[in-house]
Design a protein around this ligand. Structure first.
Ligand code: CU
Length: 161
């Protein structure tokens, strides 16, 4: 009988742990990630995606890494007073509770700096997003050409490069 109870409790613990793990995994969902194809001479490019927060608490993106790039930063492209577009590094990016943030050309993006390998359309770029909660989201983003309609938003060099 004791053995049975012990086994039952052990099984219950496993189920509980699994449920917690499943819940944590669902906190952040990343949809439609892609990396902009850069000219062969360019060493930097950007990743775009939709980051969705399915939890009831704000989640904060604090860092990102990629084995294909020496440096990865969170950026926002903003319009300066003189009308010029400029990229501003951000220490973090808050994803509102039960909300989402769209990373897209001319707006928020993950800046990929100092490319270590050739990347062309169809290749995949591994990315790890790190959140203040300690959660990490690993994803594989395909390289795509910039849609033609976005071509009139030229990409600027980061200031401190
Ligand atoms: Cu940027």
């Amino acid at each position: 009988m004791k053995t049975f109870i012990a086994k039952f409790i052990f099984a219950l613990m496993l189920v509980t742990q699994f449920a917690i793990a499943a819940e944590e995994q669902a906190t952040i969902r990343v949809n439609d990630p892609w990396v902009r194809e850069a000219p062969p001479s360019a060493t930097l490019t950007a990743a775009y995606m939709v980051i969705e927060n399915t939890s009831s608490q704000e989640q904060t993106l604090v860092a990102a890494t990629s084995p294909a790039f020496a440096k990865v930063e969170i950026h926002q492209t903003v319009k300066k007073e003189d009308g010029m577009m400029q990229m501003v590094p951000m220490p973090k990016l808050a994803i509102p509770a039960s909300g989402k943030v769209v990373l897209k050309p001319g707006d928020y993006h993950i800046m990929l700096i100092d490319r270590k390998q050739d990347l062309k359309e169809g290749d995949k770029v591994d990315l790890t997003l790190e959140f203040a909660s300690g959660d990490k989201v690993v994803l594989s983003a395909p390289v795509r050409k910039m849609p033609a309609m976005e071509m009139n938003h030229p990409m600027h060099q980061p200031e401190n490069k």
